[in-house]
Design a protein around this ligand. Structure first.
Ligand code: ADP
Ligand code: MG
Length: 534
């Protein structure tokens, strides 16, 4: 839904547009108008789905400028959140005057808050403890509250704020409007809503809507040092007109954009160290398509409001699972199907699994396109192009040249084929050994090799890369778990991981004993190389 379709003031719409929000998120689409209408709402959706604006936009629209008393109270679990909410509110209020918002939380001198409250604050955002404190000192009166919001209600209950919340709500007028937002809905919360809300609208945004169903998501297991080649190869193959490449650091953004430029791509980097004018220039190029590839950090990409991005690349796996959603949310907009490609190196495969769990999404393994694949695509494009040129006509000048060559005994077929070769043949192309041995495949091989029923093959996330030697494996297992070293069987060390055969009866002890332990300084994970045959 568009914000323009909602009954919002021109000032609010302008502020929302300045914030770079293009369209309302599902929870916003469903809650804003209901809250505006005055009805109680209990809303559930995952973190990062824009719940702050979902209650903030209608709440701020309902503030009466003429009344200087507290009108809205937002309770939230932490100081950080109180500050974040008040910052988002200030942005929403950019074009409106005379609405006063204050965050109140523990850790800040109470006198300062008392002075600020005396000036007349209409919107109070606070943690339950500090709000209680002010209530008891009578520096904050609840009898003028018309709207109460419990944000991250589940978190507040987990933190033991239930009594405080009930005490606070009990002091507010009964005819108030009450909004409750939570990422989860345990029974306790339903009890709260039964006590403190009147006929609330239940708004549930199911996970599916959050996982960007119109984005096809793939990952490639590759070696670190071939990432650049892999990226270029995929771009050549897919031929996107706009792509966005995410890196985890500013340094890498600079390096990668230079490397891409060096290879003849129209690429630019975007990160927080660039001056505003530089950023604006890059964004302008991106918008008017003089740029094909934008390389960016998560923070820099946050403000990007460009539709039509064909492919998002996670050149680096995002550090935070939530970032993954934000990143791939940059493609597949406006009803189009976008693609997201993620590079995974070594142990990152475990992190990728966590991301899949978190995002409730499936990311499919894909093989890098081979040189043959790319050649085929290039040929197809070239042939299409030739057909277009023939359609366009005006070829007489060139027909003359061909006819002239044909008098020298070359056939039209020879001439055409030579032109093709001249255009398509790439002497520099070489097949690189790009793909890392995928964990899954190696595990399958391990199963085939394992014929001894008394032994179990374990999988350890440390390998040659970590300079692991067989004696380190034996030493670590014997040292950490106390099993005698001599019982340890065959050891296969690969680049990124290792297989170890151990007697069946010891496997549990070893797997448990090695949990969160280190080998050669790096933290490892041990599990059975394959599920036991049932
Ligand atoms: P939640 O409370 O659900 O965890 P937040 O309200 O903190 O989520 O919002 C997460 C991020 O998304 C914030 O940076 C916010 O500014 C941004 N955001 C919120 N609504 C939109 C929107 N409609 N379009 C784009 N970004 C949005
Ligand atoms: Mg929130």
């Amino acid at each position: 839904m568009n914000f323009e379709e909602m009954k919002l003031s021109a000032e609010t719409l302008r502020a929302i547009s300045d914030m770079g929000f293009e369209e309302a998120t599902p929870i916003q689409s469903q809650s804003i108008e209901i809250i505006l209408s005055g009805r109680d709402v209990v809303g559930q959706s995952q973190t990062g789905t824009g719940k702050t604006a979902a209650f903030g936009i209608p709440l701020l629209e309902k503030i009466d400028i003429a009344d200087r008393r507290p009108q809205a109270l937002i309770l939230c679990p932490t100081r950080e959140l109180a500050i974040q909410i008040s910052e988002e509110f200030r942005k929403l209020l950019k074009y409106r005057e005379n609405i006063r918002v204050i965050p109140i939380y523990g850790g800040q001198p109470i006198e300062r808050q008392i002075m600020a409250l005396r000036k007349g604050m209409q919107v109070i955002i606070g943690t339950p403890g500090r709000v209680m404190d002010h209530m008891n000192r009578r520096t904050l009166k609840m009898d003028s509250i018309r709207l109460a919001v419990l944000d991250e209600a589940d978190e507040m209950l987990d933190m033991g704020f239930r009594d405080d919340i009930e005490t606070i709500l009990a002091q507010t007028p009964e005819q108030r409007q009450t909004i409750l937002f939570s990422a989860t809905m345990p029974k306790e919360i339903l009890e709260l809503t039964r006590h403190y809300q009147r006929d609330p609208a239940h708004i549930l945004v199911v996970h599916k809507e959050l996982t960007l169903p119109s984005t096809d998501q793939y990952y490639f297991e590759i070696k670190e040092k071939v990432k650049l080649d892999a990226l270029c190869r995929i771009i050549d193959m897919e031929n996107p007109s706009l792509s966005l490449v995410f890196c985890n650091t500013k340094k890498l953004v600079d390096e990668l954009s230079e490397q891409l430029q060096g290879r003849g791509y129209f690429a630019e980097g975007l990160h927080g160290d660039l001056k505003q004018t530089q950023r604006d220039l890059v964004m302008k190029k991106f918008r008017n398509r003089t740029l094909e590839i934008l390389v960016a950090t998560d923070v820099a990409a946050r403000g990007i409001d460009v539709d039509d991005i064909d492919i998002v690349f996670n050149y680096d796996l995002p550090q935070d699972e939530e970032y993954y959603i934000h990143r791939i949310g940059r493609t597949g907009r406006a009803g189009k199907t976008g693609k997201a490609f993620t590079f995974v190196v070594g142990k990152e495969i475990y992190k990728l699994r966590e991301i899949m769990n978190y995002a409730k999404t499936k990311i499919i393994r894909k093989k890098l396109p081979s040189l043959g694949d790319i050649e085929e695509t290039k040929t197809r494009h070239f042939v299409d192009k030739i057909k277009e040129v023939i359609e366009e006509g005006h070829l007489i000048k060139y027909i003359n040249i061909v006819e002239e060559m044909m008098t020298e005994d070359y056939s039209a077929l020879d001439i055409a084929a030579a032109l093709m070769k001249f255009h398509l043949y790439d002497a520099d192309a070489e097949e690189l050994d790009m793909e890392a041995e995928p964990v899954a495949l190696a595990r399958k091989n391990a199963r085939l090799r394992d014929e001894d029923d008394s032994m179990v093959r374990l999988f350890i996330t440390a390998g040659k890369k970590d300079k692991v030697k067989p004696k380190d494996i034996v030493g670590a297992i014997a040292g950490e778990t106390g099993v005698p070293g001599r019982i340890i069987g065959h050891i296969d060390i690969y680049e990124e991981f290792t297989f170890v055969d151990v007697p069946k009866e010891y496997s549990k002890v070893i797997i448990n004993g090695m949990k969160n332990k280190k080998i050669k300084g790096s933290k490892i994970h041990v599990e059975k190389a394959y599920e036991s045959k049932r």
